[in-house]
Write a protein that binds this ligand. Structure first.
Ligand code: CU
Length: 105
C-alpha cells in the first residue's frame, strides 16, 4: 500500500513539473524572427529554428541572459533556457535588423 502512495506522489510531482516548463518555437524566416515579442516564465525555453536557405545566428548581451548560440544553417534548431526574470534582447549577428524581445516573468 505504501508503495502505491509513493508511485502516486512521484506521478503528481512529474505532471506538475511538466506543466511548468514550456518550450516555445521561434522560427527564423525571411531574415526575421517569427515573433518580435515573447513572454515566458522562468524555466521556459525557446527553440530557434532556422527556416531560411542561409545561415542565421542567435545571441544576447542582456544581463538577464547572455549567450551566443553561434551560426547554423537551414533546418537546424538550437534552444536556450531562461533561468532569470527580466528582459532579454535577442539578435542575429549576420542580420542586424533581426530583433526579438523576450520578457521572462
Ligand atoms: Cu540572421
Amino acid at each position: 500500500m505504501k508503495r502505491i502512495y509513493r508511485i502516486l506522489a512521484v506521478g503528481i510531482a512529474l505532471s506538475a513539473f511538466n506543466a511548468q516548463a514550456a518550450e516555445i518555437v521561434v522560427s527564423q524566416k525571411n531574415k526575421d524572427f517569427s515573433q518580435k515579442h515573447v513572454k515566458l516564465k522562468v524555466g521556459d525555453s525557446i527553440s530557434f529554428r532556422n527556416d531560411d536557405p542561409f545561415f542565421h545566428n542567435v545571441f544576447s548581451l542582456s544581463d538577464t541572459a547572455s549567450f551566443d548560440l553561434g551560426s547554423y544553417p537551414q533546418g537546424q534548431s538550437k534552444s536556450v533556457k531562461f533561468t532569470k526574470a527580466g528582459t532579454v534582447e535577442i539578435e542575429c549577428s549576420i542580420h542586424p535588423n533581426m530583433k526579438l524581445v523576450v520578457e521572462v516573468q
